[in-house]
Design a protein around this ligand. Structure first.
Ligand SMILES: [Mn+2]
Length: 314
C-alpha cells in the first residue's frame, strides 16, 4: 500500500467510528461522479469499511450509461445527515449536511479545502483517480472497474478531446478501451454528447448545471456541446440565462458552448448588470481546469467597485 492510500485508510478507519460514511459526487451527478462513487465504495469495501453512496440527484446520461453496466443509479441517490462523515468525489466544495473527512477530485483550485484527506490532481476523470487508488491499495481490480473508469474518462473529456486530458492519458484510454473490448463508437458518441439544437432554449440553457461558492459570491454555470449553434439559438438561451441569473440572485453565470467537431469553446459571462462578456478559446476548454479556476480567482479578488471587464484578464 502506498503512503497516500495508508493515510486515506486511517482517516476513514477513524471516521467510521464517529458516524456513517457517505460517498457523494457533485449535485446533479454526471457519469464521472457516479462511477467515482462506485469505485471509491469498492476501495472502502476492500478495507472492510462500511459506506453508502448518496448522490443528491443523477443526470439523464448517467442513468443511461450505468444501466449498460447493470447498475441502477436511482439506488445511489439519497439524503445526507449532519452526523454523517462525507467523502467527496469529483468535487471539493461541500453542498450537503455532514462533515467532510476526505476528498478526491480533479478540479484544480488555488484554494484547496482543509479536510483531513485531500487529493486534488489534474486527471481527465476523477474515476481514473479512484481506479488508481484501488490499484495502489492492492485491491484486485476487475475488468468491470477498468471499463467503468475508461467510460468515465471518455465522457468527462468530450471523447478524450478536452484540454484537461493529457496526450498520455488519452492514449492510455484509447488503448485500454480497445484492450477491454469496449464499444468505441458508443463511447465517442456519448462523449461528444452533441445536443439536438431544436430542443427548447430553456433545456439547452440549463445542461450540466453547477453552483460554485467563491468566498461570498455565488456563481452558476451550465454548458452545451454542439456543432450547430446559431445566433438566434444563442439569443434565446441568453434570454433564459438572464432570467435565471436574476431568479437565483447569483453574481455570475458562466455559459459554455463546446464545439467538439471544430475543437473549440466559447465562454459567455453574464453579470447582473445585464452585460455578456464573450471569451473565445481556440481549443476545447475544460470548465474545471481552464475556466473555473480563473473565475474563482476573479471572484475571490474582486473589489465591490471593480469593473467586471478588467478583472478577467490573465
Ligand atoms: Mn469529473
Amino acid at each position: 500500500m502506498s503512503q497516500k492510500t495508508e493515510t486515506l485508510r486511517s482517516v476513514l478507519a477513524d471516521a467510521v467510528r464517529a458516524g456513517r460514511i457517505v460517498i457523494t459526487g457533485h449535485d446533479n451527478a454526471d457519469v464521472d461522479s457516479v462511477i467515482s462513487c462506485v469505485l471509491m465504495q469498492r476501495l472502502l469495501a476492500y478495507w472492510d469499511i462500511p459506506s453508502q453512496i448518496a448522490l443528491e440527484r443523477a443526470d439523464r446520461q448517467s442513468r443511461r450509461v450505468l444501466s449498460r453496466f447493470g447498475m441502477d443509479v436511482d439506488t445511489m441517490t439519497g439524503r445526507t445527515q449532519e452526523g454523517d462523515r462525507l467523502i467527496l468525489v469529483d468535487h471539493h466544495q461541500c453542498t450537503r449536511p455532514g462533515t467532510v473527512v476526505a476528498c478526491v477530485d480533479h478540479h484544480p483550485t488555488d484554494y484547496p479545502p482543509p479536510y483531513p484527506y485531500v487529493q486534488l490532481e489534474g486527471s481527465g476523470a476523477c474515476a481514473v483517480m479512484a481506479l488508481r487508488l484501488l490499484q495502489e491499495a492492492g485491491a484486485s481490480v476487475t475488468q468491470q472497474d477498468e471499463a467503468l473508469a475508461i467510460t468515465a474518462l471518455y465522457l468527462d473529456t468530450i471523447a478524450l478531446r478536452s484540454a484537461k486530458i493529457t496526450a498520455e492519458e488519452a492514449a492510455w484510454g484509447e488503448r485500454d478501451a480497445r484492450r477491454l473490448g469496449l464499444d468505441e463508437d458508443w463511447l465517442r458518441r456519448e462523449g461528444m454528447g452533441l445536443r439536438d439544437m431544436s430542443l427548447p432554449a430553456r433545456e439547452l440553457a440549463m445542461l450540466g448545471r453547477k453552483v460554485y461558492l467563491f468566498g461570498n459570491r455565488r456563481v452558476l454555470s451550465t454548458y452545451v456541446q454542439t456543432d450547430a449553434m446559431t445566433d438566434d439559438r444563442l439569443d434565446a438561451i441568453v434570454a433564459v440565462l438572464r432570467e435565471e441569473l436574476a431568479r437565483e440572485a447569483a453574481d455570475l453565470w458562466v455559459y459554455l458552448v463546446h464545439d467538439p467537431v471544430r475543437m473549440r469553446s466559447t465562454q459567455y459571462n453574464l453579470t447582473p448588470d445585464g452585460c455578456v462578456q464573450t471569451i473565445p478559446y481556440d481549443f476545447l476548454a475544460s470548465r474545471g481546469k481552464d475556466v473555473m479556476p480563473r473565475v474563482e480567482r476573479w471572484m475571490m479578488q474582486k473589489k465591490e467597485d471593480a469593473p467586471w471587464q478588467n478583472s478577467l484578464r490573465s
